[in-house]
Design a protein around this ligand. Structure first.
Ligand SMILES: [Zn+2]
Ligand SMILES: [Zn+2]
Length: 193
């Protein structure tokens, strides 16, 4: 059965038996413990593995299950108190920061073939470094693959393809100025006087 928007709205207000939907930390903890107990039974473990396999191999099933997960997550969010929401947001921000740094170091280390550094001027401070499209086609590339925000996750998902390099923001930006024709000023001799 397809899950519609109005269906979600209805679901949010009531449980299937008509009672209002409200969970507290204790109820959630209890249900989590129940699931843990269920999984610890070898028979049920097999069921769980089977489900994982089906999720992997059957795109239609995966789509429905993901939608269910999404709704469940939105239930949980709507039932939080304001202070719980603030706490969760803070936790998520911390988590995102952590995973972003982790991904960035992994990608940079791969493309620098060692400790991350700018391949032009040798800058080593991580915050100054960025990924450079060797063929100067960053905008088209992002558009084509619908990459919004950071590119690191996309690179990792695609098994770190060729055509990218590590540059610092200075080298990366000045290389992209039209009058520089894709060459960093570091590599040109410019006479100022
Ligand atoms: Zn540089
Ligand atoms: Zn440079």
């Amino acid at each position: 059965m397809p899950i519609t928007h109005t269906g979600i709205q209805k679901l949010r207000k009531t449980r299937p038996d008509g009672s209002p939907f409200k969970t507290d930390a204790k109820t959630r903890r209890e249900s989590r413990d129940r699931m843990r107990k269920w999984r610890s039974n070898p028979k049920n473990r097999f069921k769980a593995v089977k489900r994982q396999r089906k999720l992997r191999l059957n795109p239609a099933y995966r789509k429905i299950e993901r939608e269910k997960d999404r709704i469940a997550a939105s239930y949980r969010w709507h039932n939080l108190t304001p202070s719980e929401k603030t706490k969760k947001l803070k936790y998520m921000q911390e988590y995102n920061k952590k995973i972003h740094t982790k991904r960035k170091i992994l990608v940079m280390t791969h493309y620098s073939k060692g400790a991350p550094k700018c391949s032009c001027c040798g800058e080593t401070i991580l915050d100054f470094l960025t990924i450079d499209h060797i063929n100067q086609n960053g905008t088209q590339h992002r558009k084509k693959h619908k990459i919004t925000g950071h590119i690191y996750k996309w690179l990792i998902d695609k098994h770190l393809p060729k055509g990218f390099d590590v540059l610092c923001f200075n080298c990366n930006l000045s290389r992209s100025f039209p009058y520089n024709n894709g060459i960093c000023p570091h590599k040109k001799v410019i006479q100022c006087q």
